[in-house]
Design a protein around this ligand. Structure first.
Ligand SMILES: [Fe+2]
Length: 157
């Protein structure tokens, strides 16, 4: 554990860093899956979904960066290589053969919801451990990705 400007004690910091790295693994995995959907989507909804998926990837990349930097700010390390992510992610793999537009929407919304479950759980832990700034970060992720999950759900209805 490295020195940190945070006033949190080492034990809660260690637990929060673990949560940040778990969310980073899910987030980097989800980012790669969104890009795969962005590249491979085909069908009548292509023109709407191709840029929509890219906007999700851009938003998630910014959060992944914030989450990684928060782990290091708290005195930890950020683990984010493709191999580390493949071992640590809690998301299911993205089916390689998918091409139809609404099938991508369905697969992504399932994964957004799984990702959100993890972020909400991390937020509850940060709250219990007295880290309001971690709570704030996770809340911003939840608000953005609940909105994005709604965009997807609305396309399916
Ligand atoms: Fe692109």
């Amino acid at each position: 554990m490295f020195k940190s400007p945070s006033p949190l004690a080492e034990e809660p910091r260690t637990k929060i860093i673990e949560q940040l790295n778990a969310r980073l693994a899910d987030g980097l995995d989800l980012h790669s899956q969104i890009k795969v959907a962005h590249w491979n989507v085909k069908g009548p909804q292509f023109a709407a979904l191709h840029p929509l998926f890219e906007s999700f990837a851009v938003a998630l990349a910014a959060f992944n960066d914030e989450i990684a930097e928060r782990a290091v700010t708290l005195g930890g390390r950020a683990y984010g290589t493709a191999r580390q992510v493949a071992r640590a992610s809690g998301l299911p793999e993205y089916p390689a053969e998918t091409s139809r537009d609404l099938e991508h929407v369905r697969l992504l919304v399932e994964r957004f919801e799984k990702y959100l479950d993890g972020v909400r759980a991390a937020r509850a832990i940060a709250e219990k451990l007295g880290d309001p700034d971690g709570v704030d970060l996770f809340t911003r992720v939840v608000a953005e990705f609940e909105k994005n999950a709604w965009f997807l759900r609305a396309s399916l209805e």
